[in-house]
Design a protein around this ligand. Structure first.
Ligand SMILES: Cc1ncc(COP(=O)(O)O)c(C=O)c1O
Length: 354
């Protein structure tokens, strides 16, 4: 607390990111990073750009990157917005597109940054409960709202919502911006990008942090019809003209262009996820059906916080949320096959010794 803080600072409840430990000897399954390295082509692009040219400011519009994204998704460049991680892109969306007289709606269990942005930008919001199976029920969104946002697949459940349901939601809410946060879409979901040209109220947000294995580069992007993108550009140019440095712009573009490498590592993650699913079930866990690079699992008898602590003692970190409805669950990011084998071995010994 400081007398020098502005009023808003006193009211904020900041987001708490998952732990980034300083030691290397941990199996880190707590923040949904990709266990595989980034595309070698992305690393080469970053290395090649590391020269005296860094003396100059980067391209404020990251045109090279927008072009790569537009090519990959068959969009026009003016339908793409890029920012410093999808968190920054989301922040601009909250401020620029989601603040209205009626409340913003999002699921009661979803990305815990959403209420934080509402606090930062003073946005009225209402949470909509997931059903008993932890699924989004689009009928529940037939109520007064200024806008809607949800992750697809949802986090931390990993459960995906089908394109037909999203299309119905867009049709039922033509006066509201609907934001689909697709941070985990490449691990088995169907992207809503294909609906952008049909629905002027749709915004799709993605990141290179997960499926392109580049969380350390901090690049995210939004795709929508040009007038919505223009609104985001107005915010960005009133906040930070150069959110992406030159290395991030070129590295991200090379990663998006390397489609084969990207598809290969996604497939590997999906295969390991299905294997982990089966193993966890054998150990007495109920595992929600995941389309993401993590699973959300509850043990039949053992306390999740206890399991997380016991794993930590064996140098494995997973994520536990002490929040209503989900305190019995662990969120486990998909690691390499070796890491997952170690996880299973540790869980087996913890369970048999409890
Ligand atoms: C649902 C969801 N959206 C957005 C993000 C932010 O990703 P980034 O800022 O790394 O692009 C995350 C990160 O974990 C997430 O889980």
């Amino acid at each position: 607390m400081s007398q020098f803080w502005s009023d808003i600072v006193h009211t904020l409840t900041p987001y708490i990111p998952g732990e980034q430990p300083k030691t290397n000897n941990l199996i880190k399954l707590n923040t949904n990073e990709n266990p595989y390295p980034p595309s070698p082509k992305a690393l080469t692009a970053i290395q090649s750009a590391t020269d005296e040219g860094l003396r100059l400011y980067p391209d404020p519009n990251s045109d090279v990157l927008k072009q790569s994204i537009a090519n990959y998704y068959n969009l026009d460049v003016d339908q793409v917005f890029v920012g410093n991680g999808s968190d920054e892109v989301l922040a601009h969306i909250f401020q620029g597109l989601l603040k209205h007289d009626e409340p913003l709606l999002f699921p009661d269990i979803s990305y815990s940054f959403y209420p934080v942005y509402c606090g930062l930008y003073n946005i009225d919001y209402k949470t909509v409960p997931l059903n008993e199976q932890f699924e989004i029920d689009i009928k529940e969104y037939n109520q007064n709202n200024g806008a809607i946002i949800f992750p697809n697949p949802n986090a931390p459940t990993g459960i995906g919502l089908g394109l037909n349901s999203i299309e119905k939601l867009l049709q039922n809410n033509p006066k509201s911006v609907v934001v689909v946060d697709e941070a985990y879409i490449d691990f088995g979901g169907n992207s809503t990008v294909s609906l952008i040209n049909t629905y002027p109220n749709l915004v799709v947000v993605q990141t290179i942090s997960k499926s392109r294995a580049l969380a350390g580069l901090r690049v995210g992007f939004a795709m929508a019809q040009p007038d919505l993108i223009q609104g985001l550009i107005r915010i960005k140019d009133s906040f930070n003209s150069y959110p992406l440095d030159k290395l991030a712009t070129l590295g991200a573009a090379a990663a998006i262009d390397d489609v084969k490498y990207f598809k290969d590592i996604c497939q590997k993650v999906i295969r390991t996820r299905e294997h982990l699913n089966r193993q966890l079930k054998q150990l007495g866990f109920e595992v929600l059906p995941s389309q993401a690079n993590f699973v959300f699992a509850k043990h039949a008898s053992l306390d999740a916080a206890h399991l997380a602590q016991a794993l930590r003692k064996q140098n494995i970190i997973v994520r536990h949320f002490s929040a209503p409805r989900i305190e019995a669950y662990l969120r486990i990011s998909i690691g390499t096959d070796t890491e997952i084998a170690q996880l299973i071995q540790s869980l087996t010994s913890i369970i048999s010794n409890t």
